[in-house]
Design a protein around this ligand. Structure first.
Ligand SMILES: *Cc1c(COP(=O)(O)O)cnc(C)c1O
Length: 378
């Protein structure tokens, strides 16, 4: 079945007999047992709930995984994932990660005895692997610099060494990129972003290639309790129904805006993986069926960056991404504020860098808004 059909209908399993077309919100913390030692398949919502199960099975189908487990946020999903590791275990992570993931690794997981090394290309990933290494953790395209990592090439390394490959697929979603088919073992989503798609709900998901790893994570999820509420689960299910057309339109507009930004005299660099001049354009074309709706750009000076943030009207100056409303972010002060300044600068996350999540407004209105905000550069 085509992925856009799976988005609309989700998993086939139905939980009621009314013929309800939309999967109901099962607002029940607990489920009555038909007899001693018997269960309807549902006991307590922290373990499982029909609305959540529908979401999980839908996302597992979209990603081509054996299991998906839903969490109350993307960070709750990463935190649960870290529980599969033990003190002394080592993880090689890509060095341009979502700021919250970096903060979790540095401030929580490290304190719990898990060790991290950071790498920014294949050679470095290989070099950082030690006998204690258990996993490689990447995000592609990266946030906010839009670097692209060749998932299949990393998978070759992890399969050789028997390591888990974990891929944060929040930016492209399974609509454009399916890491498990490229060799990943675990896929991570902040469902808050494109899957939900409306800037109104927090959610996270882990998808596993292997049923066994899935069971291991499900045990951690029900034990640590960061589960998604059935109400929020319903909103993510509803969001996914329109994922295909949102991704298509957001990508189309992102390309128009990226090309327009390239022509502005006050814009010094445009980072969008869909521009043929992007250094990893061919890798993107090979491993993904689209380029997504996220782009970053650098302007000539800090003053111009601040003026843009304070002058946009249609576009909102706010954290987050992937929703119907276009959002502009100042990575230095927002998503990546916890990264040490020297590391931020080394990655190009400086006072001149802005990140734009392209929403569903018309391209003309977004360009007019950016135009008046940048001012005098046409
Ligand atoms: C937002 C985000 C997260 C964290 O998800 P939350 O839902 O905000 O907890 C993780 N990874 C990426 C790439 C993100 O954009």
């Amino acid at each position: 079945m085509d992925i856009s059909t799976i988005c609309v209908h989700g998993s086939d399993k139905r939980y009621d007999t009314t013929g309800a077309v939309a999967v109901p919100i099962f607002a029940s913390a607990t489920f009555a047992h038909p007899g001693v030692g018997r269960s309807t398949g549902f006991d307590y919502t922290r373990s499982q709930n029909p609305t959540n199960e529908h979401l999980e099975q839908t996302v597992a189908a979209l990603e081509g995984g054996a299991q998906a487990i839903a969490f109350s946020s993307g960070m709750a999903a990463v935190s649960a994932l870290m529980e599969i590791f033990s003190p002394g275990d080592h993880i090689v992570a890509a060095d341009d990660l979502y700021g919250g993931t970096f903060r979790l690794f540095a401030k929580i997981s490290q304190k719990n005895g898990v060790k991290f090394s950071y790498a920014n290309d294949l050679e470095q990933i290989k070099k950082e692997i030690t006998p204690a290494t258990k996993a490689v953790f990447i995000e592609t395209p990266t946030n906010p610099m839009m670097n692209v990592i060749d998932i299949a090439a990393v998978a070759k390394i992890t399969q050789d060494k028997n390591l888990l490959l974990i891929v944060d697929n929040t930016f492209l979603t399974p609509y454009f990129q399916r890491p498990i088919a490229l060799g990943a073992d675990i896929v991570l989503h902040s469902g808050t972003k494109y899957l939900g798609g409306h800037n109104d709900t927090l959610a996270g998901l882990l998808v596993t290639k292997d049923a066994g790893v899935g069971e291991q994570i499900r045990f951690i999820a029900k034990t640590t309790g960061g589960c998604l509420s059935p109400f929020d689960s319903f909103l993510i299910i509803r969001g996914i129904k329109t994922l295909a057309i949102r991704m298509e339109r957001q990508q189309e507009t992102a390309l128009i805006i990226a090309r327009w930004l390239c022509e502005q005299s006050k814009v010094t660099t445009v980072y969008y993986v869909g521009l043929p001049e992007h250094p990893k354009y061919e890798v993107s074309r090979r491993q993904a069926s689209g380029f997504g709706g996220m782009l970053s750009f650098a302007v000539q000076d800090e003053q111009t960056a601040v003026k843009i943030l304070e002058s946009v009207k249609v576009i909102k100056y706010a954290e987050s991404l992937g929703g119907v409303e276009s959002l502009i972010t100042y990575p230095m002060l927002q998503t990546h504020a916890d990264l040490p300044e020297s590391e931020r600068n080394a990655r190009g996350i400086n006072a001149c860098l802005l990140r734009l999540s392209v929403g569903l407004e018309s391209a003309n209105d977004l360009i007019a808004d950016l135009g008046q905000a940048i001012g005098g550069s046409a």
